[in-house]
Design a protein. Structure first.
Length: 321
């Protein structure tokens, strides 16, 4: 998700509706107190009321391992207006893990506890809560319950659990039943995350885990209308029509129309391909278009080709998420 869920993407997705809150990309904390401009770059919404233009709250996420430095930076973010500080213990990226961040801390529950506690203590008196994003473990699920308990004991007021270990990455299946085990022993709300690509998966994840709430990650990019479809189903029991390729391509076009015009065109094309690559994991037709567009590097050519219909000669086959 790094490099994709920026402020513009949050703006476009939350305009469509269905989201209660959103989370930034992580701010990496090492051994320094970061200047305000770093937080404002990752979360431009801080310059307003920490909401997207459509009114969805934006929580700021920190990634790091040193309790004191995490706490110092949490105070900076809170002073800038961050309504919630979320802590990342879920990132499976090798580079992040090699530098003692993300899911690497799940190998030692005590370190999860100290990291959360460092932020919780630093934010005392600010009314800014701490939440945590976890996986089920690093290599295996042996410490899943202990890590969740450590985060809660450290002061996390909500846990979001991606239902896989770091070793499992994003490979199906997601182990929603393990999130249920965490929910049963937790004294704070638990949110289930992972493999929630459709209405049916949403309902199954809730049923298996027992969680009331779900978090959408890649699925929000794969089908930007999924959150709205879920919300409509919750309220009415009715199914909204499936998202069409024309809707997806129009959203990508809107992204280009609103993006910073000073960005090099090759960077914009790279971002579009990254988003389209995630879309194809959900939509077979998007997969056909991805193959057709993947070698185009010029923005004008890419946008022109994006508007073209699926060639009749192309065969659309299902793609497993």
């Amino acid at each position: 998700m790094e490099g994709v869920i920026d402020a513009l993407t949050r703006e476009l997705l939350t305009e469509l509706g269905g989201f209660d809150w959103s989370v930034t990309e992580f701010v990496r904390v090492t051994d320094a107190r970061l200047p305000p401009r770093v937080f404002q770059r990752i979360c431009p919404e801080l310059d307003g009321d920490s909401r997207t233009p459509s009114g969805t709250p934006v929580y700021l996420q920190l990634l790091g391992a040193q309790p004191d430095k995490l706490g110092e930076n949490a105070r900076v973010a809170a002073a800038l207006g961050a309504p919630v500080i979320d802590m990342n213990f879920g990132c499976p990226a090798k580079t992040v893990n090699r530098h003692d961040g993300g899911a690497a801390l799940l190998r030692t529950p005590e370190r999860v506890y100290r990291a959360v506690q460092g932020v919780h203590r630093a934010l005392e008196g600010t009314n800014v809560p701490v939440t945590a994003k976890l996986r089920l473990g690093f290599e295996d699920k042996t410490l899943a319950l202990e890590c969740a308990r450590a985060a809660e004991d450290g002061g996390a007021q909500r846990l979001v659990v991606h239902a896989r270990t770091r070793r499992e990455g994003y490979r199906p299946p997601a182990h929603w039943e393990w999130v249920g085990r965490i929910r049963e022993q937790a004294g704070v709300p638990v949110v289930v995350n992972g493999d929630i690509w459709t209405l049916e998966a949403y309902w199954q994840a809730r049923k298996v885990s027992g969680c009331q709430d779900v978090m959408l990650g890649r699925a929000a990019l794969a089908d930007p209308w999924l959150a709205k479809r879920i919300r409509h189903w919750q309220l009415t029991g009715e199914r909204l029509p499936a998202t069409r390729w024309q809707d997806r391509s129009a959203l990508l076009a809107a992204y280009v129309q609103r993006i910073d015009p000073t960005l090099p065109s090759r960077v914009v094309v790279s971002l579009l391909k990254q988003w389209l690559n995630i879309m194809r994991q959900h939509d077979p037709e998007a997969g056909v278009h991805f193959q057709r567009l993947r070698r185009i590097t010029a923005l004008e050519e890419f946008m022109k080709a994006l508007q073209e219909e699926t060639p009749p000669s192309e065969t659309v086959t299902p793609i497993s998420p």
